[in-house]
Ligand binder design. Structure first.
Ligand code: SD4
Length: 295
């Protein structure tokens, strides 16, 4: 057994879940169980409006959810995209990660799999989310506002006392997205990546831009060269931001958190961004990170 453990997560909404995962990790729970438990808590809370129950609707006022799970020991991945009417997308993703084939399912196929595996079918659209959608439709029509603003993803990287690492993500994606749109969050390498021999990273922000640089994989690759997580996060995020600024004159909002196999961590962002971290040296703490590069 190791004496190092840790968990790092995107956004303040992860705080309560991280607190519970920490109890489990301290009691020799696995990294996989820790990140799944913590993400489920975010998914179940209706007022976190961009994840799970109460998530932001698409342009047709349907809640389509994306989620993923990765086991850093086996590199096994499971993911769902555009999933409707099932309660805990992260758990369906984790179950898919245990299959040999068909690891990433979308839409009706993902729902059929969830049904056959005993997951709970339920309406994920809350009255509050429907009201937000109606307000946004009006604002877009009357004030010409962008439909897509105001979305977040919960993503986590965990390290347990046995040196196992795991990653999990969950999101409703872009507010008012087109039906069938899938972002970076369920995509290995973009929204998350973890390898227990090195470490893991998970991203949040504009999926269309995060995917252009496979941001999470890039951070893990830099850490594999012995680069400290903070430096790896800075280098990957700011290089991608600068490249997109050159090519498009503007880069989307992007943030990344990461942790290596020693429980050392890092964060980089090009917007103001909150995250939660805990490890063998640190009680669960919420930090606000700021861009060091202006967009
Ligand atoms: C997506 N990356 O679907 C997600 C949304 C998000 O902060 O994380 N927003 O593109």
């Amino acid at each position: 057994m190791n004496d190092k453990w840790g968990i790092i997560a995107t956004w303040r909404m992860a705080y309560e879940g991280v607190g519970q995962a920490v109890q489990s990790l301290k009691n020799k729970g696995s990294a996989g169980d820790g990140v799944e438990l913590a993400v489920r808590l975010v998914e179940d809370f209706p007022f976190y409006k961009s994840v799970g129950y109460g998530g932001l609707p698409n342009e047709q006022c349907e809640v389509e959810l994306d989620a993923a799970f990765m086991d850093g020991n086996t590199l096994a991945i499971g993911a769902v995209g555009g999933l409707m009417d099932y309660k805990n997308p992260v758990s369906i993703a984790r179950k898919l990660s245990q299959e040999r084939y068909n690891n990433f399912l979308v839409g009706a196929g993902a729902e059929k799999y969830a049904h056959h595996n005993g997951f709970e079918r339920t309406n994920m659209l809350t009255t509050r989310a429907k009201k937000l959608w109606e307000k946004r439709v009006k604002a877009v029509q009357e004030k010409g506002l962008s439909p897509y603003d105001g979305h977040d993803t919960v993503g986590m990287i965990g390290l347990d006392l046995f040196g196992n690492m795991a990653a999990a993500t969950s999101t409703s994606g872009l507010f008012m997205k087109k039906k069938g749109r899938i972002g970076d969050s369920p995509l290995s390498g973009s929204g998350f990546y973890v390898d227990s021999d090195i470490g893991g990273a998970t991203a949040t922000g504009l999926g269309e831009d995060i995917m252009k640089g496979c941001l999470s994989y890039e951070v893990v690759q830099l850490m594999s060269k012995g680069i400290h997580p903070q430096k790896a996060a800075d280098q990957a995020l700011f290089q991608l931001t600068e490249k997109l600024q050159r090519k498009y004159s503007k880069a989307g909002a992007m943030s990344v958190v990461c942790m290596n196999s020693e429980g050392e961590w890092g964060v980089a962002t090009n917007v103001e961004f909150s995250f939660v971290v805990a490890n063998h040296d640190l009680e669960p703490t919420i930090y606000i990170a700021n861009p060091r590069n202006k967009m």
